[in-house]
Design a protein around this ligand. Sequence first.
Ligand SMILES: NC(=O)c1ccc[n+]([C@@H]2O[C@H](COP(=O)([O-])OP(=O)(O)OC[C@H]3O[C@@H](n4cnc5c(N)ncnc54)[C@H](OP(=O)(O)O)[C@@H]3O)[C@@H](O)[C@H]2O)c1
Length: 354
Amino acid sequence: MSKRARLGGANSETCLTQKPEEPVALSQLEDCLSKIGYELVMDYTILGRTGLKVSVAGLGCGGPSRLGLRQKKSEKEAVALVRLAIDLGVNFFDTAEWYGTEPIVGAAIAETPRDRLVISTKKTLPPMDHPDPGGEVSKSVEGSLKRLRTDYIDIYHAHGVYPGEYPYVKERLLPAFERMRQQGKIRSVGITERFPADPTHQILLQALQDDCWDVIMTGFNLLNPCARKTLFRLTQKQRVGVLNMYAVRRGLSQPVLLKAICADLVKKGVAAAESLNPDDPLDFVVRDGGATTVSEAAYRFCRHEPGVHVVLTGTGNPDHLRANVEAIMKPALPEPVLRRLADIFGNVDWISGN
Ligand SMILES: NC(=O)c1ccc[n+]([C@@H]2O[C@H](COP(=O)([O-])OP(=O)(O)OC[C@H]3O[C@@H](n4cnc5c(N)ncnc54)[C@H](OP(=O)(O)O)[C@@H]3O)[C@@H](O)[C@H]2O)c1
């Protein structure tokens, strides 16, 4: 059986001793540890008012990868990926009826004691002129329970709500969510935004005016950190659980797209030309941030943001999953790097990185 060590992370301690005059890079330390049979341990936190103990890294089963199904990986590979996440200490899984990955999650978690896991899934909004949206919610909950092979859902969300749809969600869907909660079929209620269409979080700001949502899912990343100025102040005050999507997405995992996004910021005069290398705009984050890749730095940026409870990572690639969980467990980016990022992107509130 492997031994366990704790490294980095906002609330964690390093349990190896080292002489101060002999600094060891974290990556070297990790290599040494893995050679002698140690593995990284996950950090857990409490998801706001839900009281649920959740891993700070959560597996996103949607996004551009859908556990690899979008890249034509097999269901068997997708099930193995979810099981790998469990082995890495991840206990938070986010899926949705829309993604088609509920059966994969259901198959993967069947052997794990249910109370060790936190399952989040979502209801696609029925059309606003639907004669019985509440009935649709009941049907969907039953379907999700069956596909997930469980008898309760920890967090049930209204999925991808556009600005303008909120009154409908609150008046026609939320009462049905509450009925499902009373029946013990769901435990907490959540709402998720459409980050590309709503990059300033109007729907979630509206939802937080009502004290009825336990959890929100929001886009937040180093290209558009505007949630910190508005949303996270409210969620912390109200003890609402925060799930972070779009930490990396396409913009921070595809160099060509990142170059285009940054070139546009320079063209618009938002960023000074000399602040971003046109060929490798976030080279300073990797170089001065002690990161191996831009995606590592991007996950670390989100993980250490006050107010964020779970950083979701969506992938179909086991190596990416291992790297991303490790990234989320690493320390915050150094202050000078964070200041430089804030100078460049601190006022950006229109990019999603999709
Ligand atoms: N409105 C909503 O409710 C909503 C909307 C979007 C997302 N979500 C949820 O949030 C989760 C996270 O979604 P996201 O798209 O924002 O995830 P993300 O983790 O920010 O980005 C996922 C993308 O990054 C790539 N990637 C991940 N790790 C990488 C690495 N180490 N190196 C290079 N590329 C890497 C993935 O491709 P590979 O497969 O190749 O790794 C995938 O294309 C979703 O799965 C879903 O559960 C919810």
